[in-house]
Design a protein around this ligand. Structure first.
Ligand code: PMP
Length: 455
C-alpha cells in the first residue's frame, strides 16, 4: 500500500503510523527504491578525491592540484576589498543574472578587440560560476541523447562525466606523441592529432568537439594548422566547438594563443570559455565566462537561469576592475598578462631542471602551468605489477607521495577507461608555486638523486 501511495499520501501514512505506536515500523522504513538517477551511473568515481586526500595526508610539497600558492596581483585584491567594504553597498546584492553589467561590458570590449568583431555585452557574453559551470551549461544546452561529442585526450577530466550526464556519448581521440630529436627533451608540441584519425571520429551523430588549448594536462598550445584542421571538420560536419581557453594568457617561448572562433566559419559554432581563476590567479573566486554568438548563448542562458541563476556580485565587480586595468596596460611590460607568463616560464624551467636531475623526462609545456614528466625509467625502483587494474603512473604517484612527500597526479586520470593503459608512465606537476615551494620540491628531488646514486 505504501509503495502504491503517492509521495504525499505515503508521507502522511508513515507519520500516522508513528503517532499511533508503530514507531518500530517507522524506524525500519528505510528507502528501498534506488535513489540515484540513471544519469549518474558510471560517473560517480573521481580520482581527485583519493589524490587530494593522499596529498593532504603525506605530502610535504604538493605539486598535484592546479592552483597557485602565490598571492593574486595587488590591484585585484584591492578591487575586491573595495567591492566588499566600499560604499557601493548594492554589490552585496544580486546583480544581473547573466553577468554583472561592468564585467560583461569589459569582457565584450576585450574579446571584441581580440576577435576583431563587435560584441554585444548583453547577448555575446555570459558570466558563470567558474569555467566549470560554463562547461556544464554547454553540455546541458547542446547535447541530446544519442549525440556524440569528440574529446581530445589527454583531457580535463570533467568533460567525460558532463557529456554523459547530458545523455551524450564521448568519442575519444588521443594526441599521439612523436619521438623527440636525439638528446632533446620532448615538447608538448610533439603530441599531435593524426588528421585521418580525427576525420574518422566525425560522423552524422557528432554534435560537438571539445577543444582545450592551451591544454591541461600537457600544456600543448594548438598551432594554427591544427586549429584549421579541427575547424574544417567542424564546418564540414556542421558541429559545434566548445573551446575551453582558460589558460589563454599562459603561453611561453613567444608562442601565440590562437582563438579557433577567429577562423573562417567558426564564430557561429564556437563557445569560448574563460576563467578569472586562471587569468588572475584567483581560482577560489569561481568567476568564469562564455563568449559566443547569441544563437548559441541564448541556450546557455536558459540552463544558467534554471540552475545557478547568478554568480557572486562582489567577485564579478573586482574581476571587471581587473580587466579594466589590463585593457589600459594591454601589451605593456607592467600588464599582468605579460608578467605572469614571464614568471611562470622561469618556474617551468626551474622544475624541468629539478626533474631531469632525478631521471624523469619532462615534456616541456608551451602553455598552462602544468608539466607532464615521463617516469618510465623508474620501473626498477618502483616495480610495475603485471595485470593490475591500477595503471602504473597511479601506483607511482602514490608511492612518490608516501615515500618522498612529493604529490603529483597520474596522467592516466586524463584518459578514458579504454585508453588509460596506453598512457600510464607519466605524471603531471603544477608549477604555479612560490619559489620556496619549488625549492622544497628541488630539495626532495636532489636528495632522491643522491639516494639513487649511493653505492
Ligand atoms: N577547464 C580547464 C582545462 C581547467 O584546467 C579548469 C580548472 N582546473 C577549468 C576548466 C575550471 O576552471 P574554473 O576554476 O574557473 O571553474
Amino acid at each position: 500500500m505504501l509503495r502504491r501511495a503517492g509521495p504525499f499520501l505515503r508521507h502522511f501514512l508513515l507519520e500516522r503510523n508513528c503517532s499511533v505506536g508503530y514507531s518500530s515500523y517507522c524506524s525500519e522504513a528505510k528507502m528501498s527504491r534506488p535513489v540515484q538517477a540513471r544519469r549518474l551511473e558510471g560517473v560517480d568515481k573521481n580520482i581527485w578525491v583519493e589524490f587530494v586526500k593522499l596529498a593532504t595526508t603525506y605530502s610535504t610539497v604538493n605539486l598535484g592540484q592546479g592552483f597557485p600558492d602565490f598571492p593574486p596581483p595587488e590591484f585585484l585584491k584591492e578591487a575586491f576589498s573595495r567591492a566588499v567594504s566600499g560604499e557601493k553597498h548594492m554589490l552585496h546584492q544580486y546583480t544581473r543574472a547573466f553577468g554583472h553589467p561592468p564585467l560583461v561590458k569589459i569582457l565584450a570590449q576585450l574579446f571584441g578587440k581580440l576577435l576583431g568583431r563587435d560584441l554585444d555585452p548583453m547577448t555575446n557574453v555570459m558570466v558563470t560560476v567558474g569555467a566549470y559551470q560554463a562547461l556544464f551549461c554547454c553540455f546541458q544546452a547542446f547535447i541530446d541523447e544519442g549525440d556524440e561529442v569528440i574529446i581530445i585526450e589527454p583531457f580535463f577530466d570533467c568533460y567525460e562525466p558532463m557529456v554523459k550526464m547530458a545523455g551524450g556519448t564521448p568519442v575519444y581521440i588521443p594526441l599521439r606523441p612523436k619521438a623527440p630529436k636525439e638528446g632533446k627533451l620532448m615538447s608538448s608540441a610533439d603530441w599531435q592529432l593524426d588528421p585521418a584519425e580525427l576525420a574518422s571520429k566525425f560522423s552524422e551523430q557528432t554534435k560537438a568537439i571539445v577543444l582545450n588549448s592551451p591544454n591541461n594536462p600537457l600544456g600543448k598550445v594548438f598551432s594554427r594548422g591544427e586549429l584549421e584542421l579541427i575547424a574544417d571538420l567542424c564546418v564540414k560536419h556542421d558541429a559545434l566547438c566548445i573551446s575551453d581557453e582558460v589558460y589563454e594568457w599562459l603561453v611561453y617561448d613567444g608562442k601565440e594563443h590562437i582563438r579557433i572562433a577567429s577562423l573562417p566559419g567558426m564564430w557561429d559554432r564556437t563557445v569560448i570559455i574563460g576563467s578569472a581563476g586562471k587569468t588572475f590567479s584567483v581560482t577560489g573566486w569561481k568567476v568564469g565566462w562564455t563568449v559566443g554568438s547569441n544563437r548559441l548563448l541564448q541556450h546557455l542562458r536558459t540552463v544558467h537561469q534554471n540552475s545557478v541563476y547568478h554568480c557572486a556580485t562582489a567577485a564579478q565587480d573586482a574581476v571587471a576592475e581587473g580587466f579594466q586595468r589590463e585593457l589600459e596596460h594591454y601589451g605593456k611590460p607592467d600588464s599582468y598578462f605579460v608578467q605572469l607568463p614571464r614568471e611562470l616560464q622561469q618556474k617551468r624551467d626551474q622544475l624541468v631542471q629539478s626533474l631531469v636531475a632525478v631521471g624523469m623526462k619532462p615534456i616541456i609545456p608551451e602553455g598552462t602551468y602544468f608539466l607532464v614528466a615521463d617516469i618510465s625509467e623508474f620501473k626498477s625502483e618502483v616495480p610495475d605489477v603485471p595485470n593490475s587494474d591500477e595503471p602504473y603512473d597511479s601506483r607511482f604517484a602514490k608511492w612518490m607521495v608516501k615515500n618522498k612527500g612529493l604529490a603529483a597526479i597520474p596522467l592516466s586520470a586524463f584518459y578514458c577507461e579504454a585508453h588509460k593503459g596506453n598512457y600510464n608512465s607519466f605524471i603531471r606537476f603544477c608549477f604555479a608555486k612560490e619559489d620556496a615551494t619549488l625549492k622544497a620540491a628541488d630539495d626532495i628531488l636532489q636528495k632522491w638523486k643522491l639516494e639513487k646514486t649511493a653505492p
